[in-house]
Design a protein around this ligand. Structure first.
Ligand code: FNR
Length: 191
């Protein structure tokens, strides 16, 4: 059976570089045989995490929906913009909500036993690489195995063609490789 990967970008921006980049990484995962579900995190309109709200009302319906999606996939493919050398509030807020247990649940059901792969793009010279360090650390701490291979696309203003693809064929191949390696790892883990 094909490994299932949930893919998303950590951006709310309409013309997000990271959303474009995600498309290339997703193509690599699909070519390697994965079944990929791409979601737009901002569509879920999660409130800012609030522990009182959680205590009074439980997880919001949108958080439960997203959490179910996480549970139903073995892999996470994330294109992560860099804000002030870390990842975005959208991504943090999403991971925080999804990490919470519903009554009767124990442990991090949305993350346990998962593997992830990361890419980033930014207009700067480092391509968002510093943010990936934080994201990798967070994911490791909630029991997600993050593959070592990652790509940070610098000078993103010039990196993408009008159709959203990467102009540089070698760079596109290395981004596809990130998705493909995640798919290959998941196949090995499930065999
Ligand atoms: C940024 N940006 C940015 N870029 C970077 O390479 N390193 C950084 O530390 C930051 N810091 C930062 C903080 C905040 C609050 C904003 C809004 C932006 C620029 C950022 O990379 C750029 O806006 C990208 O376009 C964001 O990615 P998306 O939304 O295009 O995918």
């Amino acid at each position: 059976v094909s490994p299932k990967i949930l893919a998303f970008a950590g951006s709310t921006r309409r013309d997000s570089f990271n959303r474009k980049l995600l498309t290339t990484a997703v193509a690599g995962a699909r070519e390697a045989g994965a079944e990929v579900t791409v979601v737009e995190l901002s569509d879920y309109e999660l409130p800012l995490f609030n522990q009182d709200l959680e205590a009074e009302q439980g997880l919001p319906a949108a958080a439960l929906k997203l959490k179910e999606l996480f549970v139903a996939h073995q892999g996470l493919l994330i294109a992560s913009p860099e804000y002030n050398s870390s990842f975005t509030p959208l991504l943090k807020n999403t991971l925080d909500w999804v990490s919470r247990s519903s009554p009767g649940e124990t442990g991090l059901v949305a993350f346990q036993g998962k593997a992830a792969a990361l890419v980033s793009a930014s207009p700067g010279a480092l391509g968002g690489l510093r943010g990936l360090v934080h994201l990798r650390s967070l994911l490791g701490n909630i029991n997600v195995l993050v593959i070592p291979t990652q790509v940070a696309v610098s000078k993103a203003m010039d990196a993408f063609a009008d159709d959203g693809s990467l102009k540089d064929a070698r760079q596109a191949a290395s981004v596809k490789q990130v998705g493909a390696q995640l798919a290959e790892l998941l196949k090995k883990l499930s065999s």
